[in-house]
Design a protein around this ligand. Sequence first.
Ligand SMILES: *[C@@H]1O[C@H](CO)[C@@H](O)[C@H](O)[C@H]1NC(C)=O
Length: 562
Amino acid sequence: MNAAPQIALLLLVALGSSQGLQHRYVDRVEDLDPDQDQDAEAQPLQAGPSPFGSLWPLPQKVQISAVAFKLNGDSFQMSDGKGSSAGPGCSLLQDAYRRYYEYMFGGAESQRTGPGGRTGPAVLTGLQVWITSPDSDCDGHPGVTSDESYELMVDQPYAVLKAPKVWGALHGLETFSQLLYEDEYGVKSINSTTISDFPRFAHRGVMLDSARHFLPIKVILANLETMAMNKFNVFHWHITDDQSFPYLSRTFPELSQQGAYHPYTHVYTPTDVKMVIEFGRLRGIRVIPEFDTPGHTQSWGKGQTDLLTPCYSGADPSGSFGPVNPILNTTYDFMSRFFKEISSVFPDAYVHLGGDEVDFRCWKSNPDIQKFMDQQGFGKDYSKLESFYIQKLLNIVATTQKGYIIWQEVFDNGVKLKPDTLIHVWKGSAPQYQSELATVTRSGFRALLSTPWYLNRISYGQDWQGRYRADPQDFKGTDEQKKLVIGGEACLWGEYVDATNLTPRLWPRASAVAERLWSAANVRDINDAYNRLSAHRCRMVERGIPAQPLFSSYCPHEYKGL
Ligand SMILES: *[C@@H]1O[C@H](CO)[C@@H](O)[C@H](O)[C@H]1NC(C)=O
């Protein structure tokens, strides 16, 4: 046994409690699931061939035969099938063909053919892509109800990929690229294969935190690229927090001018944000921003006076500020204008409104707030004040957005919510989060799960296994209730993460979540998963992504560094 994890844990607890407003982090440490610790120490697995090659996440139905074809990078063609509703004008697909051609044939030594005189296997000449629905969605944005299904038939003389919408075609291209392998002579090969595929859950997200540390656009884009390799379809952008406000608002430029770590180098301009949204769209990924209030807003207060509550020490203001001030009309005027901008900048129907971890101490200290509490008849129940704020905010946002996501506390505190609100479950450990899922869905709300997938929590060993075993529908409830869980998100909070360590910390650990959210519920064989994930991780490495290893091993094409 290695003593290092325990020491690291103690250190983290000490750090967490010495930094005040970091409940989210302290909770995570206190709630460490003993099962996950065990998983972290799980026996190393044996590498061996999987009957499914290196497909990740595993498609719903796969049949791979032993008939192999070879591919010639010089002549291999990806093109639109005749009668496809997405013609050559669909730049989303053209862009995807280029990207996947590069992944499949881009390597320097890739054009080798077999030794002369060998009667090689038959050649697969190309891949035809058919979008079968009259509206391909080529120029649209993906949404929570988008059809992501596809069918792939690899046979001579060319492979056929059929999908109702471009979103399924994108996933099918990724799967096709995963079927490629090099034979013993280094010749690109693919077996005759039939695949029919669709996701188990509609919402498969990765949350990155660009407030605890600023994340350069390049890092965000690289992770969107990697998300597409894992069939994730939601980028939850936790863009602001106590520590910084890097979002450059056209309506309120002072927010980032004063609240960012640096007003010019550490901000996301409107152009940057557009780029992230379009880069995601081209990969079938929705971009959902989170503007977390009323807590986690210290940075907002720097550029917007009177937005935060002045805290008191005794009879006088202490000079420090607490959560958003819920008793002023100016607060709601600000929120109206701010979220109006957000709804025009981000095309997704959903916005994440946070609402987690509101610290009541400052509200309690403020005499004006106390007076307001009395007037409203809230007594000493500050969660009623929180509800008051959130309800007003939800009414504002409901006029500009079709839907919103909130962290579970808002639901737990009994705030009145629109029926289509998505409740994001993150607290506790098993079995608390399972009973939370049961309670949320019993009330008829839809839910997202993140508790077992806080990937900022790290430990020695193969902790992906515990993440892999967790299942969003593993709770006591009716079938109707289970259907209300529409997916989950892998979260990487940023207290200890920036551009230097983000990618290897996230991948391939997030890949475990990706398969849980995409593949059939009965895909649970940890040995088979290990074999496929090891190969998938090497594929990410070959594509230039510094994904960390699962265990002692090697890749045919090792990471070459920067
Ligand atoms: C692909 O075909 C080759 C050659 O027949 C065979 O050895 C291999 O097992 C097949 N791969 C899979 C995943 O079935």
